[in-house]
Design a protein around this ligand. Structure first.
Ligand SMILES: *Cc1c(COP(=O)(O)O)cnc(C)c1O
Length: 228
């Protein structure tokens, strides 16, 4: 098995162990392989080891990889997980399957207008700022429900849920508490009758705490591809 194949297997084992500890079904947590800064061959190796969903932060870099891997396009699912500026929405709407980083209505409206008619609806998550840091991306938790209602009403998009990137915390319990703030907003949106199925929480260093808090999709880069 390749090195990337071994690493992928280790991450899958971590997910299963975290689910068992949390009393959850391991099938309820998807693995998103974050391939930013790694080349198309690394993605190809991960695909050969069974991985299908890949996350990219930088739009240009992601599109270059999507094009380099056009032969695998039908089998791969591409997620845009980085901050998204207005001038990049068209290329994202034309190339990606998911966007995790919607933090204002204007970006969602542009994606809805620009999503080509021949493609399925773009799956989107709202990014929530659970730390309250003023200069961090993400909608404030108290504004998330209103944004979810507005985004859910747009054509050509499918609102899937929430994403959050809390600051690293010193221990498992405090990390889990930060993730639980995102989980609480997720439950509030569900409680309002909006059908969402995705809570995108957890990275290489904190996937166990994220799974304990209810994550349904962990975004893992370093533990699969190595240090950037
Ligand atoms: C880079 C990145 C990840 C992956 O982080 P690792 O610590 O390498 O696992 C996940 N989510 C986002 C939004 C990222 O930018």
């Amino acid at each position: 098995m390749t090195m990337i194949g071994d690493k992928l297997q280790q991450v899958r084992t971590r997910i299963v162990t975290a689910c068992t500890a949390a009393g959850r079904d391991p099938a309820s947590v998807r693995l998103l392989a974050v391939s930013k800064t790694f080349d198309a061959d690394a993605v190809r190796a991960a695909h050969a080891a069974g991985q299908r969903a890949f996350g990219e932060n930088y739009v240009q870099e992601g599109v270059a990889k999507i094009e380099a891997l056009a032969d695998l396009r039908e089998e791969l699912e591409w997620h845009c997980i980085g901050p998204l500026q207005s001038n990049k929405t068209r290329v994202v709407a034309e190339h990606f399957d998911w966007v995790h980083s919607i933090d204002r209505l204007k970006i969602a409206q542009r994606l809805a207008e620009q999503r080509p008619a021949h493609l399925p609806p773009l799956s989107v998550c709202l990014q929530v700022n659970v730390d309250g840091g003023a200069n961090k991306s993400g909608v404030a938790p108290e504004d998330a429900l209103a944004l979810a209602q507005a985004v859910a009403a747009l054509p050509r998009l499918r609102l899937r849920g929430l994403m959050a990137i809390p600051e690293p915390a010193p221990d498992f319990e405090s990390q889990r508490a930060l993730f639980q703030r995102a989980a609480a907003v997720f439950e509030q949106i569900r409680g309002a009758g909006i059908e969402v199925d995705t809570l995108s929480l957890g990275m290489s260093a904190d996937l166990e705490a994220a799974v304990a808090a209810g994550s349904t999709m962990v975004r893992i880069g370093t533990a699969i591809f190595g240090q950037r």
